[in-house]
Design a protein. Structure first.
Length: 202
């Protein structure tokens, strides 16, 4: 499905469906609208609502994932962003690093959006890593500039699970070893306990 301004094909999401033992799964890979203005944020929120509605209304699906470059930004000034990244790198303990991540997450558009009733069944594992965007290519150094290049968690993995399925999260992480892009890959490691159909109706 095309999304974004004027439904141009540069922004879209595509759904992959698979079935295991009669349990159906949806994976929506998305590239949503970019930009830092209020109208661009509203377009992004509308994009996510379209994706969410498409999976929520599919009652045959046991587990749904929304993944990809969702393009949600941190609404924070450049100097604050620089200070937080610097302080995170200097922090000596995991707890101190997490405190800085949590403070920056207060400025994250998607974190606030997921608290609304429009997305009440959509989940994300707690974030424990610095933003996945925007880096200088071939480095782990942020490309921070006024306006459009504030470090942000643009790359996300969201999910929705029906009661009959057990989803166990192993890790939610960013891969800092990959340096070929201005984004870092974000990875959700999880396991699924599927429905035991041999016991259904017994």
């Amino acid at each position: 499905m095309r999304i974004g301004m004027f439904n141009f094909a540069n922004k879209a999401f595509i759904c992959t469906k698979l079935t295991i033992n009669d349990d159906a799964f949806d994976v929506l890979n998305c590239h949503m609208s970019s930009g830092v203005t209020e109208s661009e944020y509203n377009r992004r929120a509308d994009d996510l609502k379209k994706a969410y509605t498409s999976i929520k209304n599919n009652h045959e699906t046991a587990v749904s994932f929304i993944i990809g470059d969702l393009n949600f930004r941190n609404r924070v000034d450049v100097q604050t962003a620089r200070d937080m990244v610097k302080n995170h790198n200097l922090a000596k303990t995991i707890e101190a690093k997490q405190d800085i991540v949590d403070e920056l997450l207060k400025c994250d558009e998607l974190t606030r959006l997921l608290r609304s009733e429009n997305f009440m069944f959509l989940r994300e594992q707690p974030i424990t890593f610095l933003p996945s965007y925007k880096f200088f290519v071939n480095t782990n150094d942020y490309d921070i500039a006024e306006g459009k290049r504030i470090p942000s968690w643009t790359d996300r993995v969201l999910y929705m699970v029906k009661d009959s399925i057990t989803l166990s999260i192993k890790n939610y992480m960013v891969d800092t070893e990959t340096k070929v892009s201005d984004h870092k890959p974000v990875i959700l490691l999880c396991s699924l306990k599927l429905t035991d159909y041999s016991k259904v109706g017994s």
